[in-house]
Design a binder for this molecule. Sequence first.
Ligand code: MN
Length: 255
Amino acid sequence: MIDFHAHLDLYPDPLSVVREISSRGMYVLSVTTTPSAWKGTSALIQLGSRVRPALGLHPELAHLRSGELALFDEYLPQAMYVGEVGLDGGPEYKQHWQAQLAVFDHILRACKAADGRTLSIHSRRATSAVLDRLEAFQGAGTPILHWFSGSRRELERAVALGCWFSVGPAMLVAEKARGLVRAMPKERVLTETDGPFAQVDGESAKPWDAGRATAGLAELWNMPQPDVDMLLHANLRALVTASREAVQILEPASS
Ligand code: MN
């Protein structure tokens, strides 16, 4: 099972979530919302774990934390994954649009200069703007649009730009979102939860709720669930292989 967008550091008891992930043999990308959360999130991950940390600066925090971009640059050489980054065009964040753009551009430029990264990207109410920035910084890496909610035309443009998609349980309920998921290339889809922010049955999603997304994809694609599971793991392998070939990562100093 794969959760390619979870915020492990934001659970009340991250270590118990990490233990459950390990016992289930899950693959998890633990995104961060600020560069200062990178060290703590990295420290959660034990040797041999299938959890990977991502270095991020969330667009909803861009105007408050742009001072941490120096820290972003400092940690980037150790980070194979970048996220959560992107743009948010919602009414409550639109006033900070210029700060969001400055932060996202800085991050894409830095990733490009570092030969590319795998990026988990937020694009709520800002899909076209996110795609514009990805187009302006080609070579920044492989973009995975998390919880995609754009239009059909934006989806086609994202696919043409080489984007991947991480799909959570909530995207497999409403008919509009299901239509979008149906139009995504199967070989560029991964599952996610966005826990603990996203809800499943009125509670904070846990990484293992990604299984519900796998089940939803099986139904949508009319495939047996074990086959979908195999396909998703093959997708993840392809993504990781491609990023390893693209970039030489400096291992963080063991401490
Ligand atoms: Mn998130």
